[in-house]
Ligand binder design. Sequence first.
Ligand SMILES: Nc1ncnc2c1ncn2[C@@H]1O[C@H](COP(=O)(O)OP(=O)(O)OP(=O)(O)O)[C@@H](O)[C@H]1O
Length: 533
Amino acid sequence: MVEEEKDGEAQAQAQEETTNLVVPWMRAPVDVSHVDSCSLETLPSLHPRLKEALEKMGISSLFPVQVAVWHETIGPGGFERDVCVNSPTGSGKTLSYALPIVQTLSSRAVRCLRALVVLPTRDLALQVKGVFDAIAPSVGLSVGSAVGQSSIAGDIAQLIKTHKLDAGICYDPEDISQKLESSAVDILVATPGRLMDHINNTKGFTLEHLRYLVVDETDRLLRESYQEWLPTVLKLTQASDDGLFPSSSPFVPSAFGSLQTIRRQSVERCFKGKPYPRLAKLALSATLTQDPSKLIQLDLHHPLFMTTGATRYRLPEKLECLRLICETGVKPVYLVGLLKSLEGEKCIVFTSSVETTRRLCKLLNFFGDSMIKAKEYSGGLNQAVRSKEIKAFRKGDIKVLISSDALARGMDVELVTNVINYDMPQYPKTFIHRAGRTARAGRAGRCFTLLGDHEVRRFSNLLKKVGNASCPIYPIPPYLFVPVRAIYEPALAKLKESVEPIAPKRGRQVGFKHNSRTTNSQTKRNKATSEQA
Ligand SMILES: Nc1ncnc2c1ncn2[C@@H]1O[C@H](COP(=O)(O)OP(=O)(O)OP(=O)(O)O)[C@@H](O)[C@H]1O
């Protein structure tokens, strides 16, 4: 699956900037910045076992966005409107949907797939599954995942339960040899590609009982069609809403024939509440699209827009932005000086591409043991290596992670106190998501951006777009900077020996682009490079 924010982001940003159209329902939002946190004790209707589960997670109160969504779903709102949330990174959007969904499903009597949460990448999906896993079992709900690069057979074993047919059940005589399959999970967290695999190929996988659809990182998911996953899901659930057989849909081969209708009715009767509830949708992002042509794809019902403050984007409150103006040709020296000044703290260093990530990581490790030990995270690595590195980073065994934008969205790693833009982000949204890997959950954090002289103006414009005027220069003490300079050339020579030259193309330079100007041109060239998850 494509992870990198490149050409798609450019197009999306350009489109949004040229169209000033805002759909009417977005003009009268609920402003979450006027909502207060709420203690679990005073949160209305919270299931006692969910309260216990939250306390075990160390949570004693809900954040404003979580209170606002609770109000619209469990509170008086009662899930009657679809909800679109634009709320800063680290503000707790995951629990804002996980908690109401789990609370509502806690009263279900029969297990079947009621909630589907879709995320753009495998790592994000597994992170969100972890949040559901922490609360859903307390009320007897089961959570599954369907993500790329894991075994399909393993998925099926986890998601589908096979029963023998009871003698008294009315079934299609043609299907007499078949066993009855049903969902082994109430909630599924999935990436679009694997979801489509199950929709198209997995016997017994059905969305006919789906009540909740969450589209997390909405702008990212709406930008690419991922095998038409969204229209497919909507079509399948629409068929169910209309009382049509999903098996009549061209998308799904029927596993049960006429038995499906009998099962659907009996299952829904076993659910306290409405017999045929509407599919409720929740769409969330820190940079929610306002593009009507994108939003229309969600087919929203009487949507309610929640946002934070009056500006389009908002950075976390305790995020401090700083910049370093780098002399041409020696940007890595500035980076090492900066990392030395932050020694002992967890840092993510963002670059513009998989290739720069790989080379920069190698280069840092050539500076010698006394300098910086860094690891790499990008779509250029296989999943097992990525998972290993992120685990070590979470544990604190690795302090510096050099990453492409594969890590920019959604990833929640505790105690990351610094984000460093080694390459200046090209788009405001990329800045928001990268910077948002720190200063999460009300904590403090810093975002440093390394700039060449020629980038200063463009960066100031970008800061205006993200609503941040203040970004002072960070002074690196000379005693950290000067010794690094002395060992830069030997480290660079080692790097040149160790890396395979890139196949020369017209106007393409071979070797590590340590010059901020060439890094910028490399960024442009690499726009076509996509990352595979
Ligand atoms: N009520 C709460 N009390 C304390 N911590 C919380 C609470 N809700 C969420 N958190 C923590 O806040 C952090 C950020 O939450 P989450 O990942 O849901 O943010 P987000 O808004 O989805 O961010 P992003 O836009 O970057 O994806 C997580 O570590 C989570 O455990």
